[in-house]
Design a protein around this ligand. Structure first.
Ligand code: NAD
Length: 505
């Protein structure tokens, strides 16, 4: 379909760094959820393969970190330019391999370009503070140094953008990266690596600055346990995050965790429903409900709930589900058959717990849906006591929950283990301010009159509670990718001690 797919023979040779290598583990067919076709086959990496990649990354670090930050920024700028050139092809590959709509595949590449631009600017702004010393003729300041090797573990649903968030910032900070993409979407990762390698080659730089290693959870576990990895940035399920967190903490390492979400939109009586409806529908069915920020719960004032449900049913009835590469389709497939069965199980459980099916609720059969991964977007009338509502299911299922009192709405919103994204639709200043106040949303992202999904790269991205507490992308998230050093210089002729301590002999 695209150039990157042409080399899809059994022993795909994955170039991972300063050299090309063949992974030596089992072969895995990569099946597109779009049409069930085999895109190609990759060999999964073993521990031996992993160790070789680590050596090459470590070899590249001293040189890369010795360049100035603006010099590194210029390499990231060139990568952004290459992505601009390859946006269509890479976007198509992402859509075909992962199953998201072409618009979203292209959007993901745009996000990579945007973070490159952000990182280029950042390369001239890695500022430390200067403090007034309590001792005379002393200067105290902090500065930031590179960390070393950053291990990036990423999920299938954003096959390329999440890596770029981590890699572009890591690179300007002077780190080298080892990326373990999801084993469900390796070709998109290989394509990115090939694009970045072109930039490295053009500039005569060691390829070990950027490494990709295709493998399953074993490779993720090795990254988490490895003292050579100075920062582990892991994106995926909460279950995976707990395992990674324990391993990294066990060696007192650093981690950034970007885990599951269970995001809600509150719609009050004061909402503009013309704004709310498209945001709800996009939030719930965009990427077939497979975004960490997908809207999974709708918390609606009981007075407007019946009207809102009719409007939503209307909107859902107009959705076109089909091949995501067609501009005609609003929603593509789920990633695989396992995801379809989780979708079905969640609906069964919800109905057993007292939920009421409003729309959808089943798999879509038929010739155009041959991969077996297409499902109907689903609306379920639920109540706040149902335990299934507190869990994240990676599928287009939206639970509609009624409330009577504003504080109750906030309580329902916060009463889940996850804390990623949240939003409120209201034109009432008091309601929106309360939602954003200390007593309001407990999530890492809180929006007013905007849905839960589709964050901009300029802000720090991440969530609280079981979402893991990490922050990536914009604002000062870069600080997690560097080590802080506090420096004090004495330019007096005395030897004064801090806290006024006298030490005479
Ligand atoms: P997953 O947890 O199954 O896999 C994610 C990655 O972790 C994969 O590369 C996988 O091979 C690896 N992995 C699995 N078990 C591991 C272990 N024990 N140790 C180390 N690595 C391991 O997740 P998924 O199904 O690919 O993605 C969906 C999940 O990711 C959802 O929960 C979603 O909310 C979450 N997600 C979160 C964010 C965020 O920024 N908060 C972004 C995207 C996805």
């Amino acid at each position: 379909m695209v150039d990157y797919l042409s080399n899809n023979e059994e022993n795909y040779s994955v170039s991972t760094g300063c050299y090309s290598w063949k992974a030596s583990g089992a072969s895995k067919d990569i099946v597109s959820p779009v049409d069930g076709a085999i895109l190609g086959s990759v060999k999964l990496s073993t521990e031996d393969d992993y160790n070789k990649v680590v050596i090459k990354a470590k070899e590249a670090f001293p040189y890369w970190s010795s360049l100035t930050a603006p010099e590194r920024g210029d390499i990231v700028r060139q990568f952004g330019d290459e992505l601009r050139n390859d946006k269509n092809e890479l976007g198509k590959l992402v859509s075909y391999e992962m199953g998201k709509s072409l618009q979203e595949g292209l959007g993901e590449v745009q996000e990579m370009i945007d973070i490159c631009d952000f990182a280029v600017g950042l390369s001239r702004q890695l500022y430390g503070l200067q403090m007034h010393s309590e001792r005379p003729n002393h200067r105290m300041f902090e500065q930031w140094h590179s960390l070393g090797v950053v291990g990036i573990i990423s999920a299938f649903n954003f096959p390329v953008a999440v890596w770029a968030w981590n890699a572009a910032i890591s690179w300007v900070c002077g780190n080298v990266c080892i990326w373990k993409p999801s084993e469900k979407t390796p070709f998109s990762a290989i394509a990115c690596q090939e694009i970045f390698k072109r930039v490295l080659k053009k500039n005569g730089l060691p390829e070990g600055i950027s490494n990709v290693i295709i493998g399953d959870a074993l490779i993720g576990k090795l990254i988490a346990s490895d003292h050579n990895i100075n920062l582990v940035s892991a994106t995926g399920s909460t279950q995976m995050g707990k395992s990674v967190a324990q391993k990294v903490a066990g060696r007192l390492g650093k981690s950034i965790l970007e885990l599951g979400g269970n995001n809600a939109i509150i719609v009050t009586q004061q909402a503009d429903l013309n704004q709310a409806i498209p945001a709800i529908v996009f939030g719930a069915v965009g990427t077939a409900g497979q975004r960490c920020t997908s809207t999974r719960r709708l918390i609606v004032h009981n007075e407007i709930l019946p009207d809102l449900v009719v409007k939503l049913e209307n909107a859902y009835a107009q959705l076109r589900i089909g091949n995501p590469l067609s501009e005609n389709s609003h929603m593509g497939p789920l990633i695989d058959h396992e995801a379809v069965s989780l979708y079905e199980k969640t609906i069964d459980t919800a109905l057993r717990e007292g939920g009421e099916l409003i729309f959808g609720g089943s798999k879509i059969e038929g010739e155009d849906y041959g991969s077996g991964c297409y499902v109907k977007p689903t609306l379920i009338r639920a109540n706040k006591t149902m335990s299934i509502v507190t869990k994240e299911t990676f599928a287009p299922i939206l639970f509609v929950i009624g409330y009577d009192d504003f504080n109750e709405a906030i309580q329902i919103q916060n009463n889940v283990p996850q804390g990623l994204s949240s939003s409120i639709f209201t034109l009432n200043l008091r309601e929106s301010e309360l939602f954003l106040s200390q007593k309001g949303s407990d999530c890492g992202i809180a929006n007013v009159n905007i849905g839960t999904s589709g964050a901009e790269i300029g802000g720090a991205f991440g969530g609280e509670k079981e979402t893991g507490g990490g922050r990536e992308s914009g604002s000062d998230a870069w600080k997690a990718y560097m080590r802080r050093q506090t420096c004090t210089i004495n330019y007096s002729t005395e030897m004064p001690l801090a806290q006024g301590i006298k030490f005479k002999f």
